[in-house]
Design a protein around this ligand. Structure first.
Ligand code: F6P
Length: 371
């Protein structure tokens, strides 16, 4: 609400209330003097500080282990500040259909260790449309939601940015995706859990690879990026890591297999990001060129589920706490982040207009270590 107070030198005074769509940031106690020949008019324009009372929470896009821990953390921290929390169901869909439930410290009990999200989630192509975003903004206003916490990956944060342009509610994002491909944060909630799920599987695959003198391609998720594959490959001791950011050469893969064999190492693990292309085809190509048996194991959706690791839970707790703190300080359009070991925040616009870089020095290290 914008207030316009006027006071005229002839003792006439009053206040107008202006319902403006967006609060004009930074215009507080703004004084204007207007002189005329007969009167002096004093105008005082200020914004009423709106108390934060009710926040919304939504988990959107692909689920990630630690989303439940995040729901618990946001709810309990928000409750400690006396806030009411509405959990929108099935991602953006809940905002479009106005489907939500009240979250309380009690009803988010017993979920800290669970994978998935109790609020459920969805891919919501609908939310790319302007009318849908407008509808979501209307529903936030209808329910008197003062702020919205959006938990999700890259697509969800883009949605959050678009929504922020249409609503008065403050928006804060919490990065949660197994892909770890969100700019501005060193790590996303769920990434560490997915890495651990994959390396547990690869440790088992090593046993059978060694027994049969076989090469295994283990395909891991990560969308179009190689963050998962690189960390999984490095921590599982893979002989070769294939990521979309670096075009691979069949000759190079075969050379690595031959060099290993010459040293007496007859089995091997190739970790391939799903974004590199057709891994079935690659199996055949390597078999033909290297003359070794190659098998493919696709880790797939198992990486998205299961109990979050301690690290994913810790991030969930710290990010959840920071998100509510930002809102209590009236800071919107921000995403909480881990930056050089510290919990920080970054403008969502910056997150959405930049691409996170893969640390290719880790690739070099993985090659050195896998000799
Ligand atoms: O973004 C997480 C992720 O698991 C990616 O690694 C994968 O490419 C994608 O989601 C799969 O999407 P969907 O759940 O729509 O099949």
């Amino acid at each position: 609400m914008l207030f316009l107070q006027f006071q005229c030198s002839n003792d006439l005074k009053g206040t107008f209330k202006l319902n403006c769509k967006r609060q004009p940031e930074g215009i507080y106690d703004y004084k204007l003097f207007i002189f005329s020949q007969r009167y002096i008019l004093l105008l005082n324009v200020y914004c009423e500080e709106k108390a934060m009372k009710r926040i919304g929470l939504v988990t959107s896009g692909g689920d990630a282990p630690g989303m439940n821990a995040t729901i618990r953390a946001v709810t309990r921290v928000a409750y400690s500040y006396g806030l009411e929390i509405l959990g929108f169901e099935r991602g953006w869909e809940g905002l479009l259909t106005n489907t939500f439930r009240g979250l309380t410290p009690r009803n988010v009990g017993g979920i800290l260790h669970l994978g998935g999200t109790i609020l459920r989630t969805s891919r919501s192509p609908e939310f790319k449309k302007k009318e849908s975003i407008r509808k979501a903004a209307e529903n936030l206003a209808l329910n008197n939601v003062d702020a919205l916490v959006v938990v999700g990956g890259d697509g969800s944060l883009h949605g959050a940015l678009e929504l922020s342009k249409q609503t008065d509610a403050l928006i804060v994002g919490i990065p949660a995706t197994i892909d770890n491909d969100v700019f501005g944060t060193d790590e996303t909630i769920g990434f560490d859990s997915a890495v651990n799920t994959a390396i547990t599987e690869i440790d088992k695959i090593r046993d059978t690879a060694n027994s049969h003198d076989r090469v295994f391609i283990v395909e891991v998720m990560g969308r179009k990026r190689g963050f998962l594959a690189l960390t999984i490959g490095l921590t599982a001791g893979a002989e070769t890591i294939l990521v979309p950011e670096v075009p691979y050469s069949l000759d190079q893969i075969v050379r690595t297999i031959e060099k290993s064999a010459a040293k007496g190492k007859k089995s091997g693990i190739i970790v391939a990001a799903e974004g590199i292309g057709d891994t079935h085809k690659l199996v055949k190509e390597i078999e033909e060129k290297a003359g070794v048996e190659v098998r493919l194991s696709v880790t797939g959706y198992a990486q998205r589920g299961g109990n979050p690791t301690a690290r994913s839970r810790l991030l969930a707790n710290l990010f959840g706490n920071k998100a509510v703190e930002l809102l209590m300080n009236k800071q919107g359009n921000r995403m909480v982040a881990l930056q050089q070991g510290k919990i920080a925040s970054i403008d969502i616009k910056e997150v959405c207009s930049n691409e996170k870089q893969l640390d290719l020095t880790l690739m070099k290290l993985a090659q050195t270590l896998a000799t």
